[in-house]
Design a binder for this molecule. Sequence first.
Ligand code: HEC
Length: 114
Amino acid sequence: MVVSCTSQPYSQGHAIYTAHCEGCHMEDGSGLADLIPPLDSSRLTLSDPSKLVCLIRKGLPFNTFTGQQMPSNTSMTDVELANLINFLGVEYGLNPQTIKVTEIKKMLAACQSE
Ligand code: HEC
């Protein structure tokens, strides 16, 4: 990992991951057998962060095959979303990138109108 002045958003992203994602996707993002998918680069759709923003905000419907559901995160702020997504990119993705809060706002507006 590149250590730079962005390490503070990184640690906020990590804390948000611990609070909101780790319980299901595990500390190392490996998921849980057939029930919870691992967070690897094929799943994270980091090439299209707008999908990830909508996924985290809205969650996923109940899956009748696994009996699992991913909850929505309606109270997460735009800054928290940005830090979480940037953390995921560094930690689990293949293409770390920095998404700005203004971009998050646009992505959220787009996924709400779907
Ligand atoms: C209560 C458990 C739970 C929590 C908490 C949770 N997830 Fe999930 N997540 C799931 C399940 C279950 C699925 C697969 C749903 C399905 O089978 O359709 C999933 C799927 C995903 C996927 C893959 C989506 C795809 O299209 O393949 C990603 C990425 C993801 N979660 C990220 C996150 C992130 C980031 C957080 C934290 C903000 C989070 N999840 C919190 C249960 C959870």
